[in-house]
Design a protein around this ligand. Structure first.
Ligand SMILES: NC(=O)c1ccc[n+]([C@@H]2O[C@H](COP(=O)([O-])OP(=O)(O)OC[C@H]3O[C@@H](n4cnc5c(N)ncnc54)[C@H](OP(=O)(O)O)[C@@H]3O)[C@@H](O)[C@H]2O)c1
Length: 330
């Protein structure tokens, strides 16, 4: 079977196509014939070797944390041959071999049925960047988000920005705001139905937020960009607001005006999936799948690549600033 594996840490080209034996499903596992694969920025971080578990002992490794396929063999009562399933698994693509291969044998606990109306690529996009899951956990666990409240999630093209804005609307947000760094991307976002996208080439994020919220600021910021935007993320908060720091697509170092933290009585909290039990994460994913089945969420595919073009696909996600997820197909 074809698989994308890296044998050393390094640049995109370390993702090599290799030929490996098909895996066998053990008791309680399901063998899945993979059809589409998600790419997450973390897949790039990990293959680059910039991660706590990036040790020589952890090589070689098949990448990929998520994907979609058809059950080829089932040793679990929960899944039958022929069903279309989401595929994830503990440590996949990080400390265990991941989804980027023709066949995956995964514990049934990591699988779930895909709603019929969602095609393989969009199903892969639904899980790829974990933006829906991140936003769900911030809005339910870091704060009890209420209808009528407001959210800012910068970076409309990214998983965190786009998916947090969609989910905030499902939760009844009165304003769900994001940003784009170019006018072209802001217009693309508006054409896709995103009402409040601040064009950072024309105004600052804070000015945009204050314009849209009549000077009040937002109740929650879900920030996957950080860097130079962090100062405005804190400055965009309403009184008593919460900033969840989830990522650093725009840089690791940031400056803030501490008076924004003091006078707004702001909360700033770091977000990691490691805060949550497998049960909590499973319940959140189940709720999100319900929203997907009800057509309340719209996973967005920016570009599809064949699996054997994994180096180009990952580079495209990291460098091309796409509008939506980048997925690979079998
Ligand atoms: N802690 C967690 O559990 C968790 C969960 C999910 C994601 N993350 C992390 O969160 C970050 C974002 O994830 P993602 O999937 O949304 O990433 P992404 O697809 O790389 O998107 C990031 C967005 O950031 C914007 N951006 C990049 N550099 C910028 C800059 N200098 N100034 C302003 N905007 C900038 C881009 O928008 P423009 O094209 O408009 O510039 C892009 O759309 C990543 O670091 C990811 O690893 C963490």
């Amino acid at each position: 079977m074809k698989a994308v594996q890296y044998q050393a840490y390094g640049d995109y080209n370390q993702n090599r196509v290799v030929d490996l034996p098909e895996p066998q499903a053990a008791d309680g596992e399901v063998l899945v014939d993979m059809k589409a694969f998600g790419i997450n920025p973390l897949d790039n971080t990990f293959r680059s070797g910039h991660f706590y578990a990036a040790t020589p002992k952890n090589l070689p490794r098949i990448g990929g944390q998520t994907g979609v396929g058809i059950v080829a063999e089932s040793k679990s009562a929960d899944f039958a041959v022929g069903e279309r399933v989401f595929v994830t698994g503990r440590g996949f693509g990080l400390v265990a071999d991941g989804t980027w291969r023709e066949y995956v044998a995964a514990p049934a606990a990591g699988l779930a049925k895909v709603p019929d109306h969602v095609d393989d690529a969009h199903a892969a996009a639904f899980l790829a960047g974990a933006g829906y899951l991140t936003a769900y956990l911030v809005l339910t666990e870091f704060t009890q988000f209420k209808e009528g409240q407001t959210v800012l999630a910068p970076g409309i093209g990214g998983a965190v920005g786009m998916e947090a804005v969609q989910l905030a609307k499902v939760f009844g947000a009165s304003k769900a705001i994001s940003t784009a760094s170019t006018t072209a991307k802001a217009e693309q976002a508006k054409a896709a139905g995103h009402e409040h996208v601040i064009d950072l080439s024309r105004e600052s994020m804070k000015d945009g937020v204050m314009r849209i919220t009549d000077g009040k600021g937002v109740d929650v910021v879900i920030d996957g960009v950080s860097g130079k935007l962090t100062k405005d993320s804190v400055g965009s908060l309403a009184q008593g607001g919460l900033l969840a720091v989830v990522g650093y697509a725009g840089g690791r170092e940031a400056e803030v005006d501490v008076t924004d933290i003091i006078w707004k009585a702001a909360t700033i909290r770091g977000f990691t999936m490691r805060l949550f039990t497998p049960e909590k994460l499973g319940a959140a994913q189940a709720k999100l799948r319900e929203y997907l089945a009800e057509k309340k969420l719209q996973p967005t595919v920016a570009k599809k690549f064949p699996l054997d073009q994994a180096p180009d696909a990952v580079r495209y996600l990291i460098e091309a600033r796409p509008f939506g997820r980048v997925v690979m197909t079998a």
